[in-house]
Design a protein around this ligand. Sequence first.
Ligand SMILES: NC(=O)C[C@H](N)C(=O)O
Length: 381
Amino acid sequence: MRKDLVEITTICPDVENSQFVVQSNCPETIPEILKSQSVAANGNSTSYQQCSLPRIKILGTGGTIASKAVDSSQTADYHVDLTIQDLLDAIPDISKVCDIEYEQLCNVDSKDIDQDILYKIYKGISESLQTFDGIVITHGTDTLSETAFFIESTVDAGDVPIVFVGSMRPSTSISADGPMNLYQAICIASNPKSRGRSVLVSLNDQISSGYYITKTNANSLDSFNVRQGYLGNFVNNEIHYYYPPVKPQGCHKFKLRIIGDTFKLPEVCILYAHQAFPPSIVNLVADKYDGIVLATMGAGSLPEEVNRTCLKLNLPIVYSKRSMDGMVPIANVRKNGSNGHNVIASGYLSPEKSRILLQLCLAGNYSMEEVKHVFTGVYGG
Ligand SMILES: NC(=O)C[C@H](N)C(=O)O
């Protein structure tokens, strides 16, 4: 698993009592690697000495974690002003945990992450997978779940942990949360127990799946919520995972086809439904977009006239939901005997994740049946 472990002895008859030689500044997790390798060797042949720390790549993109306000009591009205190097300077102890290389991909609030930046993040991660033991991406929390979902859907990480991290307070704030969140993200990426868990998110002492996470609180430190449950947490900066490594159920992987360096996804917009939602709004955007996602009321509810309008259109329309919990079942979309040639149920996916999934399906020239299969078969729609 690790390239930087060097075999030093060949006799280890008693795994439980065997001694491992570890550098004094090694992360506490290293003995776990050594132990598991010895167990794999059936307790009778191998022990290892660590000769270097895990290699971690940090990709900086901006967000509140890289922001400054005018004074320390301010937790709003701040701007992105710090580089990834500044952020790392605030956590000098991290040099005891791993060897770091870093790259500034951009420095923006996450509301400004567009397709070009998304592609830079995809490329930065893909190019680092072969060389590093873990990857950390600093990112604004507002759209972090979208980037994490996109990366989970397009990157085959193998066992390498890809950890997204942000903060809710700017760096200048009293009790800024960024340095600790970043420190923990790097510990997650460096820890062998994180291998095989795909895309993770580090925030407020919690470790979550990047695939399932949703930002549910616009202001508090405990901003992310995962109905599927957290994967683990930190106590005294030790990682405690609740489950063995696992990847999200049925996640559909897309292979991005990039021509030259141009990366262009089809355009999909989201419309938020409400009482008296007019069909005219659907017609208005239908000409300008390749697909539409509707944040419906309840579990797929829209005024009947809007349903009829959608069925007349010749573009894919995903019925998602305004509610954070629950799902849109296919039965609520293909109603009254209609075969719903172009309408798709989002299942459990939020509107913003449905949008990305539909973009990826359309970019791959999936047929309507294939698009439905991705949503229906995999996500329970
Ligand atoms: N807490 C944050 O990071 C919010 C910020 N507006 C962003 O998404 O970049």
